[in-house]
Ligand binder design. Sequence first.
Ligand code: AMP
Length: 173
Amino acid sequence: MPSSYQGRLRRDSASPHDVSQSLDSNLAKAVSTVANLLEKKGGDIVTIRPQESVATAVTLLCERRIGALVVTDAAGSLQGILSERDVVRELAERGGATLSLSVADLMTRKVVTCAPDERIIQVLQKMTDGRFRHVPVIADGALIGLVSIGDLVNHRLRELEYEALKMKQMIVG
Ligand code: AMP
C-alpha cells in the first residue's frame, strides 16, 4: 500500500541546514547568470586594436562613457583589456607622452574571463579577488559580451528586490 506523502523532516537529511534554510536555497537556485544579464543588456562590446594609440583609446572611453576597452586582433580574438586605470597610472608616471603610446603598451594581457552560464555572484567574486571591474564573456572561444561591476550589481539588486517581494507574498499569502 502506498504511504501517504510526508514532508521532509530535519532528521531525513544529513545536513542541518536543509530544512531551516529551504526558502533560502530555493531562492539561491533562482539567482541568475551572466547570460540572463546579457539578454537584457545586449552583447555590445567596444573594442580596440593593440596597435591603436592611447589617445584614440581615451577618446573612445570618453565618447562611449565606459571604463574599459576590450583589445582584439583583426580576427576578433581577445588580446587584452585596457582600463581607464591603466591610462591614469601611466599618466601619473609619464605625463602627456602616455597618449602617443600604443594600447599594447598599457593593456593587461592576462585577462580573466567568464562563461555565460556563470552566476552573477561568482563573477562578482572574481572581480573582488582580482580587484578589477570588467570581465569579458566568452562562449565557445568567441567574445560575446563584457560585463562591468555596475551591470552585475544593478542586476543583482533588481533580483534581490524581486526575491524580497516573493518572500513577502509567501508570508502574506
Ligand atoms: P578596472 O577596475 O576593470 O578598471 O581595471 C583595473 C585593472 O585591472 C587594470 O589594470 C585593468 O587592465 C585590469 N583588468 C580589468 N579587467 C580585467 C580582467 N577581466 N582580467 C584581468 N585584468 C583586468
